[in-house]
Design a protein around this ligand. Structure first.
Ligand code: CU
Length: 396
């Protein structure tokens, strides 16, 4: 609202100034040395030439102020994966190149606009083409772009190529995308994901895992994505409905999730969540976020609402394709553990397999369907119920 008001005031001021200059012009009518033609004279051109320089100064000044006030140089850092620094290098090289090129070209553009401003009696030189000039302005960008693209391709193949040995030792995790949440499926002890198909989706088997597949027997899902530091993780991505994109910014990883096919991305995490929280740059960032939250909370509390929780850093898996109304909220927490912590987590969670969950759900269903006459059995121990239902199963 404040911004809107400020903008309105600026526009009104501009209109007022314009009107004032018109009135000033009208008062000059009849004066001796007034040029009232619509054709620019030398003086007009000179003013415009200097205004060009003023504008150049203005954009440079804005750039410097923005860099000082709003940037967090070097813009990106603290990559938490082995290949991360390669991506960061590419980004920094591109940014620096663009910055240098734009600084020089803007200076030249405005300088030439000033130098060749209109002068009475001066004619423009016309020439159809200049091979030397065209050669120079084609070959320089061609060489620079070829360099950037080659380096980019080299980095891409480096990141995407995983040799067989590495892949065998890696942990295989499926990332399943749907509007608007992520689910992670671990391959279990055999490290092979069971087959899955959207046609098998039923009840608690919401990933469509083929329960008859031997490889699926030890697959389990988790509400949080846990991965160990220093070990290669291979992600297999699927989507249930529309295009999504699995985006893990701190690991410099992104891959589209396409309905009907499996895509993959693999990386080695190099920093645990705890280590990342200890980084000075991260501490500063979190402190900054919490200062903003505290300010907002003051306002909220004054309005009788509850204060915001303080922020603690966590790695995130986000969706980076606009996939629908709640796209912005499609995220999952990633926890990078030490190998020991990961082993402990695995021990705790790997027993909750999908096959087991489906079985339990089916048993619970049957138990609730049991006629009232036998319902007294259900009041006894859960273990007894299970056997009853299991025996009753073939009759259905
Ligand atoms: Cu999405």
């Amino acid at each position: 609202m404040t911004t809107f008001l400020i903008l309105t005031v600026v526009v009104l001021l501009a209109v007022a100034l314009w009107q004032l200059t018109k009135i000033f012009d009208l008062t000059q009518v009849g004066g001796g040395n007034v040029n009232d033609t619509q054709i620019a004279n030398d003086n007009d051109n000179k003013v415009n030439g200097y205004l060009m320089f003023a504008f150049l100064g203005f954009i440079y000044l804005t750039t410097i102020l923005c860099l000082l006030n709003y940037s967090d140089l070097p813009l990106i850092g603290d990559a938490a994966s082995e290949h991360g620094p390669q991506v960061d290098n590419l980004m920094v090289i591109s940014l620096v190149l663009i910055f240098i090129v734009q600084t020089i070209t803007q200076a030249l553009l405005h300088y030439f606009a000033f130098k060749y401003r209109g002068r009475q009696g001066q004619k423009a030189l016309y020439f159809a083409d200049n091979n030397k000039l065209e050669f120079i302005w084609s070959i320089i960008p061609a060489i620079v772009l070829a360099g950037l693209i080659l380096y980019g391709l080299y980095a891409w193949t480096n990141i995407m190529f995983v040799d067989e040995k590495d892949e065998q030792d890696a942990i295989v995790i499926e990332l399943y995308a749907q509007q608007f949440k992520w689910e992670a499926r671990y391959a279990g002890a055999d490290n092979v994901l069971g087959k899955a198909n959207v046609r098998y989706i039923e009840g608690v088997n919401n990933l469509g895992v083929d329960l008859s597949d031997p490889n699926a027997q030890d697959d389990f899902t988790a509400p949080e994505l846990h991965i160990p530091k220093g070990k290669r993780v291979v992600f297999k991505m699927r989507s249930q409905d529309v295009l999504h994109s699995a985006y893990m910014p701190h690991f410099r990883a992104q891959m589209n999730c396409v309905p009907g096919m499996v895509t993959s991305f693999s990386f080695v995490p190099t920093m645990t969540t705890a280590e990342m929280r200890e980084k000075p740059s991260m501490i500063a960032k979190v402190a900054n976020i919490n200062a903003i939250r505290a300010k907002k909370s003051e306002k909220l509390v004054a309005d009788g609402q509850t204060a915001l929780d303080p922020y603690t850093f966590d790695y995130l898996l986000l969706c980076n394709k606009i996939c629908g109304a709640s796209h912005y909220n499609m995220q999952m927490k990633i926890v990078v553990d030490t190998p020991e912590e990961y082993a402990a987590w695995l021990k705790e969670n790997s027993a909750k397999t999908i096959v087991q969950a489906v079985k339990t759900a089916a048993e619970e269903d049957k138990a609730s369907e049991t006629p009232a006459a036998t319902s007294k059995d259900t009041s006894s121990t859960a273990g007894k119920d299970t056997t009853v239902v299991a025996q009753a199963e073939p009759k259905h």
